[in-house]
Ligand binder design. Structure first.
Ligand SMILES: Nc1ncnc2c1ncn2[C@@H]1O[C@H](COP(=O)(O)OP(=O)(O)O)[C@@H](O)[C@H]1O
Ligand SMILES: [Mg+2]
Length: 356
């Protein structure tokens, strides 16, 4: 055993210390040290992939992935490298399949009709699907379209009709209808015809993981988005993210001017109970993978037919969850690495135990 861990990070981004690594990475290194291990940060780039791969096999027993694959130009190479590392016996935290199956935007669609997601949610993988279906879903009311990549509100569009009265009671919005489009990145507003917008969205369908999620716009986003930070099957903290007060603002990202408040899970007991009790369903629907060690679920309030509050899932993040507000979680990460290594002695690594 090498007793060494590599932590993959990406260069750049606002969550970094002056040395360029994430602020909550250092505690992981310290927690591993306390257990007699060492760790180092490696900045991933496609150009150095081969070298990083060989170095990691040579030096490390495990990797911790702290990159949002959506922020890479193309995540294919990174995922291939992680997959191959796991294949070669390096323990993966998390395995790329876990990131994809819990963290992609289509997760919301895969959960439609459950307690967490209404039925009126669609996912488009092909341009024709978008072109044929979106005019019909838009006829039902305001929508939010989400691209798969990123985590900054880029390519997340609130879609309204400029003149809704004109299209009252139509089953399908015509291509020349004018739209008011607000992007969650910075809450800026644009106008395009439906035809132009559909064409514009082609870019989100390109590439290996291209897709667009189509869900109703939930006006109660004004009251905030509620993020639950989960350690496996337990909620450890809740962040309440309130969009900027300006008229068009619907984005809960810090960059767009939202304000954050950090709460205890007990302050959101009803929602937390709902998430925790949904976990067997979540796992079954999302491919049967073991839960990620750290993941987040984001909710927006809605009101059901009986006037009761319901929490609608907007997205899950599972690939690079930060824990700056709960630094003690580095202990859990270090323990997890130990557990993975221990499992080695009883599980044949050629037949990995990622599916339960
Ligand atoms: N269905 C929705 N109704 C209203 N606002 C939404 C909806 N979905 C997302 N948003 C807003 O858009 C923001 C960005 O969307 P999100 O799915 O979190 O994408 P990202 O991966 O970019 O964080 C959210 O933080 C929230 O403020
Ligand atoms: Mg988000």
């Amino acid at each position: 055993m090498k007793k060494h861990v590599v932590i993959f990070e990406a260069r750049g981004g606002s969550d970094k210390s002056k040395y360029g690594y994430r602020r909550d990475t250092y505690p992981i290194i310290e927690s591993l040290k306390a257990r007699g291990w060492t760790a180092e940060v490696i900045f991933y780039s496609d150009e150095n992939r081969g070298e990083i791969y060989r170095y990691t096999i040579d030096k490390a027993d495990a990797y911790v992935s702290r990159i949002n694959p959506g922020n890479l130009k193309d995540e294919t190479g990174y995922f291939q490298m992680l997959r191959e590392l796991v294949h070669q016996g390096v323990k993966g935290l998390p395995h790329p399949d876990v990131m994809i199956n819990y963290g992609a935007k289509n997760v919301v669609e895969r959960l439609k009709g459950t307690a967490l997601v209404p039925v009126d949610v669609y996912c488009y993988y092909e341009y024709d699907e978008l072109k044929n279906q979106f005019p019909t879903t838009l006829a039902k009311g305001e929508r939010v379209l989400k691209q798969n990549r990123g985590s900054t509100g880029e390519g997340i569009w609130r879609v309204q009709l400029k003149d809704p009265k004109k299209y009252k009671d139509v089953a399908e919005i015509p291509e020349d209808a004018v739209l008011k489009l607000t992007e969650a990145l910075d809450n800026h507003v644009e106008e395009k015809t439906l035809g132009e917008f559909i064409e514009f969205c082609y870019q989100y369908l390109e590439g290996y993981n291209g897709l667009i999620l189509d869900m109703p716009f939930l006006p109660r986003i004004k009251e905030g988005e509620i993020r639950v930070l989960m350690l496996r099957d337990k909620a450890v903290s809740v962040v309440h993210k309130k969009p900027d007060e300006s008229a068009d603002a619907f984005s809960a990202t810090l960059f767009s001017g939202a304000t954050y408040r950090y709460d205890k899970p007990e302050q959101w007991q009803e929602m937390v109970d709902e998430v925790e009790s949904s976990i067997p369903m979540l796992q079954a629907r999302l491919g049967g993978y073991a839960l990620p060690l750290l993941w987040t679920a984001d909710f927006i309030l809605d009101t059901d037919d009986k006037g009761k509050d319901v929490y609608v899932l907007g997205e899950i993040n599972s690939s690079c969850v930060g824990f700056s507000t709960n630094l003690e979680l580095s202990e859990n990460i270090a323990d997890e690495i130990m557990n993975l290594i221990e499992a080695e002695s009883v599980i044949n690594s050629r037949f990995p135990a990622f599916r339960i």
